[in-house]
Write a protein that binds this ligand. Structure first.
Ligand SMILES: O=C(O)c1ccccc1NCC(=O)[C@H](O)[C@H](O)COP(=O)(O)O
Length: 210
């Protein structure tokens, strides 16, 4: 199972988190976020990582030109779209950056809203389900209803479960639902952008006991 730790801001924490077992690290490229990082910060965080770690830039409601510039300059291997990007936008992005993994995040307002994921199937590689919050785009710490999700969601693409996951609740979440990957941010940090390596280690200990 893929494990993505998102919202890394400190270069020295990226290698430590990868060494603990993360398969992907996420870097927030949304300027309004307290976890926002510049191209130079991403370059510094990525430099010590091995090639097999996925380096995902998180974007929201920006342009293809902006995404392309940041991805190319920083060395990111994947893009997570966390805003209101349409399937047509994803299709154009794929044409611009064909070698880069595209992950479309859906902030789930209601179970009916899950239907929209089918519109993206032909244009993205991976889906990510996150909890909806009216004021915040991501990193909210809010959880989804895993039991109901399991009953309603059976996508044809690989997908990440996100939203309020922690070392304390991860085994409960995975007892209800079997995503291809999990994505954590605020549940493994001291404060926005400052990851708590103890909580990250605890997460991997829990995952090892499955
Ligand atoms: O984390 C942010 O600050 C953020 C800002 C704007 C768009 C997306 C953002 N985060 C996206 C993520 O991938 C988080 O990992 C995801 O929302 C889960 O967060 P959490 O509930 O804190 O685990």
């Amino acid at each position: 199972m893929r494990v993505k730790i998102c919202g890394i801001t400190q270069p020295q924490q990226s290698l430590a988190i990868a060494s603990l077992g993360a398969t992907a690290l996420g870097f927030i490229c949304v300027p309004s976020s307290p976890r926002y990082v510049t191209i130079a910060q991403i370059q510094a965080a990525i430099a010590p990582l091995s090639q097999n770690i996925d380096k995902i830039g998180v974007f929201a409601n920006t342009t293809i030109a902006e995404i392309s510039q940041i991805v190319t300059k920083s060395g990111l291997t994947g893009i997570q779209l966390h805003g209101e990007e349409t399937p047509e936008f994803c299709q154009q992005l794929r044409q611009s950056l064909p070698q880069v993994e595209i992950i479309k995040a859906i902030r789930v307002r209601s179970l009916e809203h899950l239907q929209t994921t089918t519109n993206y199937t032909d244009y993205v590689d991976t889906l990510l389900l996150d909890a909806y919050h009216p004021q915040q785009l991501g990193g909210t710490g809010q959880t989804l209803n895993w039991h109901k999700l399991n009953q309603e969601f059976s996508p044809s693409l690989p997908w990440f479960l996100a939203g309020g996951l922690t070392a304390d609740n991860i085994l409960t979440a995975l007892s209800h639902i079997k995503p291809s990957g999990i994505d954590l941010s605020s549940g493994v940090e001291h404060s926005p952008g400052n990851k708590d390596l103890h909580k990250v280690a605890l997460l991997f200990q829990k995952l090892d006991t499955r």
